[in-house]
Design a protein around this ligand. Sequence first.
Ligand SMILES: *[C@@H]1O[C@H](CO)[C@@H](O)[C@H](O)[C@H]1NC(C)=O
Length: 260
Amino acid sequence: MEESSLCLLLLLSFLDSGAARVSLTMSPDKSQFFKYECFTVSCEREEGEHRTTWRVMKRTKDGEVSPCLSSCSISAAFPVTDSGEYWCENGQAATSNSVNITVTAGSVILESPGLPVTENDNVTLRCTCKETQTSCSVLKTEFYKDGLLIDGSNTGHLTLYRVSASDEGLYKCKTLGSDESPESRLTVRAPPGGRDAPVPLPTLFILLRHLLVGSPYLLSTVLLGLIHRCRLRAQRVRKRRRTCSKVVMEMEHGNMCHHT
Ligand SMILES: *[C@@H]1O[C@H](CO)[C@@H](O)[C@H](O)[C@H]1NC(C)=O
């Protein structure tokens, strides 16, 4: 009885830790940076994730993949070496969500969230000129989504109210001097409450795969546990026997003493 509940517990904890329980965070949360700006991308473990080490990976435009450490702190960003996709990965090739970061040598950036935003959030997009670029002005800014003009602004920012999936797309901005920012994708994700939805098939597959890969480990752990228990029990029995014979001997000895 005890063994089966132990087994179940192990199984549950294994299933639990098998899923990728890490999320990528970045500070500041922006998808575009000027050259020489600094930013940090790190892996944040979610509750219950403690067995594996995660590290940040970076894929640059030319397709080269290189690891950072557990966090990736860039103190002076460069367009070629620091633009690209960042994600978290552990030794077992499980991955987190990813962010695409663009570092530009240009004079304008679109400050949009790099991480996915949550449905119904208000999201502010900001068009920003490089401080040293005096000819650049956001007093008359145009915002584009998927190449189409969606709005003009004389403040340099645009707020999207209560975003939904239809707000997803590639955004950029253009300033008065017609300096143009790079394009960045805005990703909208369902609110956490929406996780009650039925488990999609891919997740099931991942779980099954983890289970299959993990079962030898699980079996050997349970077996080792059982062997250990048996050994302990055998030891206890042996010890009891030894103590018994000692007591008997002592009693006999005592008797002898008593007799003399
Ligand atoms: C990042 O960019 C790559 C290549 O352009 C693309 O395949 C990927 O889906 C993007 N990821 C995100 C989170 O936008």
